[in-house]
Design a protein around this ligand. Sequence first.
Ligand code: ZN
Length: 313
Amino acid sequence: MRRTEALRDLVRETELSPRQLIQPLFVVPGEGVREPVPSMPGVERYSINEAVERAGEIRESGVPAVLLFGVPAEKDEAGSGAYDDEGIVQMAVRALKKAHPDLLVITDVCLCEYTSHGHCGFVRDGEVDNDITIELIAKTAVSHAEAGADVVAPSDMMDGRIAAVRSQLDEEGHANVPIIAYAAKYASAFYGPFREAADSAPEFGDRRGYQMDPANALEAVREARLDLEEGADVVMVKPATPYLDVVRRVKDELGVPVAAYHVSGEYAALKAAAENGWLDERRAVLETLTSIRRAGADMIITYFAEAAAGWLR
Ligand SMILES: [Zn+2]
């Protein structure tokens, strides 16, 4: 059954389609800006007008969704740019939905791109204050929904934030906006290039106080279950390839839609090898994305989304 393409097609267990891919998009202030991210060849940061144009191309490729990250002009202690109705993400969502009503716009909901200290929450006495943080996170999610976001994705890993986001959304008339919870977000070395793209490296300490220990898998299932109980519609495992066993466990034990985030460092590693001629980029990327699907992910957030869609056509 492996002898010809047609035979292999008959018995293939896992399907990889552009419909399951989500392209992250970084939005920066200004007009006509396209800034390459040096550690992520092929990835650029766009001003809103350019993001609108790029989103059209992404949609055209067959990828149905983008995940938006904002890089604000100014940061402060409280991350107030995150929940400003005229903030970078809020303005970008309005522009994207106006230009491409059928593009699914998912927003990353966190404070780390907006805080001067780069942590994912409100810092008091050198530590992140969980309870103040979740109020600000919920406020941010509501302002994204008001701007027209189709889905919100809280990525902070604070305790109780999904419940806070859900009840705040419901109260403010956004009961139909689903939540993708970054349920099992590991304290990973693979986020390095992203922090360059989002200007979000923490100024002091690290995020191990709220992100998960890479050695734990049962805890991931527990975290995902908690997020579901609090009202999450999709649970995410991040990063993807070093945690395929976690994707599988979460899928098997909870049986709900699972997202996997193929992160910046996973992208950068494949890109670097491909640029050196050490790997066949197309084959390596499609194999990687197929493995994430095979592990049980329903949807994959990846910087390769648009390219993969082109290859899959
Ligand atoms: Zn964050």
